[in-house]
Design a protein. Structure first.
Length: 433
């Protein structure tokens, strides 16, 4: 299947295709999956002097990593409070700090590798759709005091000056968050891994793993790689290569569109260079691109993995529900991507069996977390640290089969209904209706 036309790919120059694996090769480590998780792991291993081969079934960035919204900031898909309940205060704190380290790894790679065409933009507003002043003040204090994270609370008037909608109330402003073209970043990682001697093969999907003593053979259509260590980083595109992995995650689709250029119309709604996300579980997120002339708008989740026929109209409807003044804005193109969620909403960074590791299930918060996930997994293989053990509580819990998908979809609809009810009450109070 060819990759979709996305804003990210269309704003980069086309690359010449990489080779298909052929013949029988040997490497220290074979990484399966050419997304951010696989490529970060491969790069860290190449930096550590290991001979690495990456196998990608389509092309580098074909999956979520090449299609995502490009928002980079601390945190995991699972919320901090839920992490505290599961693993206790101290381990949850260490995990949150790792997520912050993930942001620093991305920034470090951006500056060290001088990656072109990143379209780096700084700052993010996390906006509330119901009055949230007290909750936001508590969150600000906690992030400042416990994690030394820069964050400010914006009051409703200030928010509505730059985001012209009565739907929004207060916002948290994260000045150190940033946005990038994720495909440009991923290609930068791949080039660096190759410069350090790593080999990347495209259209070379792993079909089977033959595990032997001290070595695993990864079998593709036209070749094999024999390696002491194998890392499976196949994200939401994980098929039945390893049963345990396949049955322990739910593929969740989510969507993005790019509008046509209408700077005057767009300025009637959005007048901030910051990325914006709303506080709902699967809320909208968007930012201005191309010098403020277009909107990149994402949102919605579903367990249905095929792309809806009227995707652009669906996203336009969510945008104009928040900004009715943008009716008439047209869509250039819209696309979907698949994320992997485990039931615990945390990544699966662990050993599947002797010499075979997983680095997957990063959910919807994957740029910073794949960076630190790949790093700690590389540290494990390089025998530099045991930090991967912090992820031991997040295992291969069964996804519940088809009933599990239905349950996920139903709970999303339930959350949507709950959000809508809360918002309608807030609007009534706001307008005195
Ligand atoms: C539309 C969308 C918007 C998002 N927005 C954001 C955002 O703004 N910020 C953020 O932090 N996160 C975001 N995310 C989440 C983030 O993109 C993901 O968590 C992250 O990219 C996952 O990376 P990955 O490497 O695990 O998976 P992927 O990028 O999906 O990579 C997996 C790769 O494995 C390959 N593969 C699968 N099976 C095989 C096989 N057998 N052999 C070889 N290769 C195989 C696939 O082709 C694919 O390229 C978003 C996700 C989507 C879909």
């Amino acid at each position: 299947m060819p990759p979709p036309k996305t804003y990210h790919s269309s704003s980069l120059s086309p690359l010449s295709e990489r080779e298909v694996l052929s013949g029988n090769l040997v490497a220290d480590v074979c990484v399966i999956g050419g997304g951010l998780a696989g490529m970060t792991t491969a790069l860290e291993l190449a930096r550590g002097g290991r001979d690495v081969i990456v196998l990608e079934s389509a092309e580098v960035g074909f999956g979520a990593s090449g299609r995502n919204g490009g928002f980079v900031g601390p945190a995991w898909s699972q919320r901090l409070d839920a992490l505290i309940r599961k693993v206790g205060e101290s381990q949850a704190r260490r995990l949150y700090e790792l997520s912050m380290e993930g942001v620093r790894i991305v920034s470090g790679n951006i500056s060290d590798l001088a990656i072109p065409d990143l379209n780096l933009a700084k700052g993010k507003l996390s906006v509330a759709r119901t009055p949230s002043r007290d909750a936001f003040l508590r969150r600000r204090d906690r992030l400042r005091n416990e994690f030394n994270q820069q964050v400010e609370v914006w009051d409703t008037d200030k928010v509505r000056t730059v985001l012209k909608t009565p739907r929004y109330f207060e916002a948290l402003h994260y000045p150190d968050d940033f946005q990038i073209n994720p495909l440009a970043y991923l290609r930068g990682l791949a080039s660096e891994a190759e410069r350090l001697g790593g080999r990347v093969f495209e259209r070379s999907g792993a079909k089977r793993l033959d595990t032997g003593v001290g070595c695993t053979k990864v079998v593709t259509q036209s070749g094999t790689v024999a390696a002491k260590q194998v890392v499976v980083a196949t994200g939401g595109y994980t098929a039945r290569l390893i049963r345990k992995l396949y049955h322990s995650y739910v593929p969740i689709s989510t969507y993005i569109m790019l509008t046509k250029a209408r700077p005057d119309l767009i300025a009637t709604a959005i007048e901030t260079p910051f990325g914006v996300g709303d506080q709902r579980r699967a809320g909208d997120y968007y930012r201005l691109v191309n010098g403020g002339t277009r909107i990149l708008w994402g949102g919605q989740i579903t367990t249905r993995v095929s792309e809806p026929r009227r995707l652009a109209q669906m996203l336009l409807a969510t945008m104009t529900e928040t900004f009715p003044q943008l009716k008439g804005l047209e869509v250039d193109y819209a696309w979907s991507g698949i994320m992997a969620y485990a039931r615990h909403l945390m990544p699966q960074i662990r050993q599947i069996e002797e010499g075979v590791w997983s680095c997957t299930a990063f959910g919807g918060h994957g740029i910073n977390t794949t960076a630190i996930g790949g790093k700690v997994l590389a540290e494990a293989i390089l025998q530099q640290s045991e930090r991967w053990r912090l992820f031991t509580p997040f295992g291969f819990d069964w996804n519940g089969g088809p009933a599990g998908r239905v349950a996920v979809q139903s709970s999303y609809w339930w959350m949507q209904a709950r959000d809508k009810f809360g918002e309608s009450m807030a609007r009534a109070a706001d307008t005195g209706a």
